[in-house]
Design a protein around this ligand. Sequence first.
Ligand SMILES: Cc1cc2nc3c(=O)[nH]c(=O)nc-3n(C[C@H](O)[C@H](O)[C@H](O)COP(=O)(O)OP(=O)(O)OC[C@H]3O[C@@H](n4cnc5c(N)ncnc54)[C@H](O)[C@@H]3O)c2cc1C
Length: 91
Amino acid sequence: MEAYDVVIIGVGHNGLVCAGYLLKAGYSVLVLEGRSLPGGGCTTKELMPHEAPGFKFNPCAMNHLFIFLGPVIQELELHKYGFIQGSRKFD
Ligand SMILES: Cc1cc2nc3c(=O)[nH]c(=O)nc-3n(C[C@H](O)[C@H](O)[C@H](O)COP(=O)(O)OP(=O)(O)OC[C@H]3O[C@@H](n4cnc5c(N)ncnc54)[C@H](O)[C@@H]3O)c2cc1C
């Protein structure tokens, strides 16, 4: 069985950011998510496929724009991993 320094159970944005910083600091991290898609409340999903096919929403959190007030995007180099600001790629 493989051993990890840290196990994070449930990966909403807080767990994901935490895992990112731990990895950057050199720790080995295992993330376990109960759903098929990581992201928790900030996941983007097609919530109303019949009423609004093709339109995707955040199920719970809409204030993640505040991420721009801190250094997370730059420090974790999220643009390298597909981070998109609005309709364009963040650079
Ligand atoms: C109805 C509602 C409306 C909201 N509206 C807003 C809003 O407008 N603006 C705003 O900023 N915030 C809003 N919030 C709050 C916001 O969604 C949360 O603060 C945010 O999602 C918390 O992030 P998190 O990463 O801590 O956990 P979450 O996003 O809750 O993610 C937790 C993850 O852990 C997983 N998990 C849980 N238990 C287990 C387990 N035992 N095993 C494996 N996986 C597990 C879940 O599947 C999930 O993916 C709202 C919340 C709700 C419920």
